[in-house]
Ligand binder design. Structure first.
Ligand code: CP
Length: 312
């Protein structure tokens, strides 16, 4: 990791991910630990967010640090033409860590190359969302009791959905089987299918969100069609409502199946699913707090493992 930054989920080894899961468990049991006393963290959000920004900010607050930043770049000097490099150089003068969401793929990588302080990528365009992946792994582990040998069905916008791209790479360590369910316009990009081939990961690719696919799944990972990534809004209108999970579609699903969604949802999951015990998306978002506490500590070099072991 350059500057100890977290740009891509591939910045973590398998062992580091497994250690982070243990740290998350620790923070779930001990949410208030003043490990960031005297530290200032910036959240620079060039794109809208509810969960990622608020859970990162809650994580800093619960760890005893302080937060500065913006959630609307139009109120900053980037709207006057200040470059990303200059913005990062300036914020470096004020803080110990930068958490950034940006609409351009590669923006987080670039920021990490010009920054003296660590950068955490809170989502860069359609590319990566590694902190989401850590909370997804934790959610899968908590609900399945394992990360190994699971059938994971990804549904919806597999082209622009950065969360599925990061998750696919992280799960490659655990012998998954993937079902990719998407229309032709939103298929999983070839580079990720090549990644599966190179790592010996089995996958199917269908347009049909069929009972066979649903009933064979351990995890169904629904995604929103990412309107903000489309250059042709007519194309968005054509595909936006293509998948909708209703409660009755889960009637013959496995007992252990859980429905995940990075949220926000628009129309992909009917509200009648919310009360089904197989729905897990709101708890998944809650897990984001523990994931972000663990990630912040890791990039700042705070040894949570010793803390956990000493408190045993
Ligand atoms: N999952 C996620 O990234 O949500 P927000 O866009 O609300 O941060």
């Amino acid at each position: 990791m350059q500057n100890n930054s977290l740009v891509s989920i591939s910045d973590f080894t398998k062992d580091e991910m497994l250690e982070l899961l243990e740290d998350m468990k620790y923070f779930e049991a001990n949410p208030n630990r003043r490990l960031l006393e005297g530290k200032v963290v910036a959240t620079l959000f060039f794109e809208p967010s509810t969960r990622t920004r608020l859970s990162f900010e809650t994580a800093v607050n619960r760890l005893g640090g302080r937060i500065i930043g913006f959630s609307d770049a139009s109120t900053t000097s980037s709207s006057k033409g200040e470059t990303l490099k200059d913005t990062i150089m300036m914020v470096n003068n004020y803080v110990d860590l930068i958490i950034m969401r940006h609409y351009l793929e590669g923006a987080a990588r670039y920021a990490s190359e010009v920054s003296r302080v660590p950068i955490i990528n809170a989502g860069d365009g359609a590319n990566q969302h590694p902190s989401q992946t850590m909370l997804d792994l934790y959610s899968i582990y908590k609900t399945q009791g394992t990360l190994r040998d699971l059938t994971i069905t990804m549904v919806g916008d597999l082209k622009y959905g950065r969360t599925v791209h990061s998750l696919l790479m992280a799960m490659s360590y655990f012998n998954p089987k993937f079902n990719f369910v998407a229309c032709d316009e939103l298929k999983m990009p070839q580079e990720y299918k090549d990644f599966c081939d190179e790592h010996g990961i089995a996958y199917t690719e269908t347009r049909d969100f069929s009972p066979e696919v649903i009933n064979s799944s351990d995890i169904i990972y629904m995604t929103r069609v990412q309107r903000e990534r489309f250059t042709d809004l007519m194309e968005y209108e054509r595909v936006k409502n293509i998948y909708n999970l209703h409660n009755s579609m889960l009637d013959n699903s496995k007992d252990n199946v859980r429905i995940l969604h990075p949220l926000p949802r628009v129309g992909e999951i009917s509200q009648d699913v919310d009360s089904n015990p197989k729905a897990y998306y709101f708890q998944q978002a809650q897990n984001g707090l523990y994931a972000r506490q663990a990630i912040i500590c890791k990039v700042l070099g705070i040894d949570v493992k010793s803390l956990r072991e000493n408190e045993r």
